[in-house]
Design a protein around this ligand. Structure first.
Ligand code: ZN
Length: 279
């Protein structure tokens, strides 16, 4: 089942003929959730669409959850893949990426074969140094290495590398501080946070003005759901997507996460998207 979520759209036209679109004009802050084939959420004045298969225009942000840590973001005319793994077939429906963001070296974030098959001529791969060291010369030639705390601009989007690391003693070896990158993407004052694999570090809790956050929660590798909820209540994104929530003993309780966060702060919307049905 395909989930399609559309955010900050004013005029969104759809480019893929196979995507059935169900888009309503929704005012800021309202939600449109259904169990139909397509789920759309819009936070702006109105949306229009056409689904005749033409690339008429691409406006707004569309989020395509792919699997676990992998997603495709279509932000206006820029296509961003985040941690594309799982083989090229998972990405065949999407445009060639302008930008690929890689957070870390583990197999659920980095797969050279997938990268090789999805990266096009003009694709820029943005990643930490530890990822660079794992890749072939060819992929390195498309790369820009960004360390924690640094910001670059690519395709009109400012991209800041945010630290990601474990805090619990028993988990420190999973993600040492400095190796991986979370990211904050910013354009036109809209800020999107992608946590990568991390615990509730101060660098997350201190984030400001985040529109949409993707926050991991799985054990033993990242953090318990309750800690993720605490952190989200601290930095107060407008919307948060739990992602990367499959752990060693199954899935984290994202329904409970939603309840905790929305009960404590009804201004934060928790969006439960379908991250695990495609593989
Ligand atoms: Zn991971």
């Amino acid at each position: 089942m395909k989930k399609l979520i559309i955010i900050f759209s004013t005029n969104t036209y759809f480019m893929k003929p196979f995507i059935f679109l169900l888009i309503a004009a929704i005012t800021f802050g309202c939600k449109n959730k259904s169990n139909s084939e397509v789920e759309t959420t819009t936070i702006d004045a109105s949306t229009t669409h056409n689904n005749d298969g033409n690339d008429v225009a691409k406006k707004g942000l569309t989020i395509y959850p792919i699997d676990h840590a992998s997603m495709v973001l279509q932000w206006d005319d820029v296509t961003i893949y985040v941690d594309p793994v799982g083989g090229k077939d998972l990405y065949s429906k999407y445009s060639t990426p302008n930008v690929i963001l890689i957070t870390d070296i583990h197999a659920d974030h980095l797969n050279s074969e997938t990268l090789d098959s999805v990266a096009g001529e003009g694709t820029n791969i943005i990643a930490p140094k530890a990822v660079y060291e794992k890749l072939t010369e060819e992929l390195r030639s498309k790369m820009e290495v960004v360390a924690n705390g640094f910001t670059i601009t690519n395709s009109g989007i400012s991209i800041e590398a945010i630290p990601m690391y474990n805090l619990r003693k028993e988990a420190l070896q999973f993600h040492p501080k400095g190796r991986g990158n979370g990211y904050v993407l910013e354009k036109n004052g809209k800020r999107i946070y992608i946590s990568g694999d991390t615990e509730d570090i101060p660098e997350m809790r201190n984030l400001k003005d985040i529109e949409i956050a993707f926050v991991c929660m799985n054990l033993p590798y990242t953090m318990p759901m309750e800690k993720a909820a605490e952190a989200v209540l601290d930095f107060k994104p407008k919307s948060v997507y739990p992602y990367h929530f499959r752990g060693e003993d199954g899935f984290s309780d994202v329904e409970k996460f939603k309840k905790i966060v929305e009960n404590e702060n009804p201004d934060i919307e928790v969006i439960l998207a379908d991250w695990y049905s495609r593989k």
